[in-house]
Write a protein that binds this ligand. Sequence first.
Ligand code: SF4
Ligand code: ZN
Ligand code: ZN
Length: 325
Amino acid sequence: MAKCSKCGSKAVIKVPYARMNLCERHFIEYFEGRVAATIERYGLLKEGDSVLVAVSGGKDSVALLSALAVVASELRLKVMPLHMHLGLGVYSDESLRVVKEVSRKLGMNTFILSLKGVVGAAIPELSAKSSRPPCAVCGLVKRYVLNAAAIEWGVDAVATGHHIDDLAPYALKNLLLGDMEAALKLAPVTAGEEGYLARRVRPLYEVTERECLTYAIVKGLPFVKTSCPNVFLGGMDALIRKFLYELDLRHPGVKLRFMRSLAKIAAKSLASQARVQTELTRCRYCGLPSRSEVCGFCRLTERALGSPAGPKVREALRSIRVSSR
Ligand code: SF4
Ligand code: ZN
Ligand code: ZN
């Protein structure tokens, strides 16, 4: 059994690009330090910021919340976790149970939003009635609700638990397909616009999936062990993911260098982000960003349920915030 490179006790993980084996204690220190360093390196958050954290109950978002709780005390951050119950059967019920448990453990007050409770339909129903795949509907709903919550609650940023193994395959795929704009959206930070579009940050940008899992286990954090019934791991995405995994095994750190380069290009093209945003307009129904007269969420809910649900969601978020004061 390998020994910790720092103290000589039993190692729980090998961190190839750092050329270290680490024990539980030193790995926790390493992981939290890496999240803090990522926040600093890319200027994700500053002292006194309020940050909305999307918590699904999976290992990544739970690891993010726990590491942010540590960073928060140093940076005096106000961390506001939000969980969406998406109505995906027992998977969603289990996710809610875990989120409540982890919130208790970390001493945090997590805001809960039930999609069915607010718009009258959950993901399976919205998917069936709009004839769109569940994951496309789910992605759109989550992006919309997170942005709406950030605007209603006036936070400085929205943080999501995407790690390097989520982001690098999509970045490479978009580059291979020639979609530079989509690749740049996978940067550690994307610009926002006050009262309209939330600034999004990714504090797990430089940690791997394996590190998130190990951190959640050694910290004793509860997390959902099953996958969503709609998860699909196949096609080009899976091939690229496997390729990057094998490449990084043979050349440790190559994935990180790739994502750091992407972050540099994205930082230089903040001007182009601004240009993309000027192509956005305000949705006729809910007033949030849209590429056409009606935003994707209002269009989806209007088609599936007969009326656009954006205003209802904004209203519900406003009242959650007020009732929690
Ligand atoms: Fe949503 Fe499940 Fe699809 Fe993930 S796999 S986007 S949780 S429906
Ligand atoms: Zn050690
Ligand atoms: Zn709308």
